[in-house]
Write a protein that binds this ligand. Structure first.
Ligand code: 5GP
Ligand code: ZN
Length: 136
């Protein structure tokens, strides 16, 4: 199954998924990898990413249903990849339950103006402190 992963050799988060750069793992399965942010903005701050390289939410597209693990792992260029996002949200819900977090924020920055610094789809999960709205 791992040969189905679309990997960008220049991408920091692809290197983290591959284990070429160390990270503090929260969880992993066939489709996604969760790890603590190196520069936490809350008492709990981890990232959940697809193992396959998808640039951002802007590259998420629907593919043929029913979704399979295989289609979710494929390159965004060749087939749909939306299934992995649904899976990631289920993983986030379970991880936050496990961590005892009842209230938390999920954020995904898309593009430079929104502050996306790593161009591999990731969902920030932040919790453990009061938060303000709107974000800056
Ligand atoms: P973005 O700014 O793209 O929304 O979020 C990227 C996040 O990745 C930032 O919160 C940043 O602290 C985190 N980050 C950048 N490099 C690394 C790294 O090497 N390891 C870990 N664990 N997090 C990183
Ligand atoms: Zn990547």
């Amino acid at each position: 199954m791992s040969q189905m992963l679309h990997r960008d050799p220049e991408c920091l988060f692809c290197k983290i998924v591959a284990g070429d750069i160390p990270s503090n793992k929260v969880y992993e399965d066939e489709l996604c990898y969760a790890f603590y942010d190196i520069d936490p903005q809350a008492p709990i701050h981890f990232l959940v990413i697809p193992k396959t390289h998808i640039g951002s939410v802007a590259e998420v597209i629907e593919g043929p249903a029913p979704y399979t693990a295989e289609s979710a792992l494929s390159s965004p260029i060749t087939t749909g990849n939306a299934a992995v996002v649904g899976h990631i949200f289920a993983v986030i819900a379970q991880l936050c339950k496990d961590l005892g977090l009842e209230s938390y924020r999920v954020v995904s920055n898309i593009g430079d103006q929104a502050g996306q610094s790593v161009k591999h789809l990731h969902f920030h999960v932040l919790g453990g402190r009061d938060m303000t709205w709107p974000p800056g």
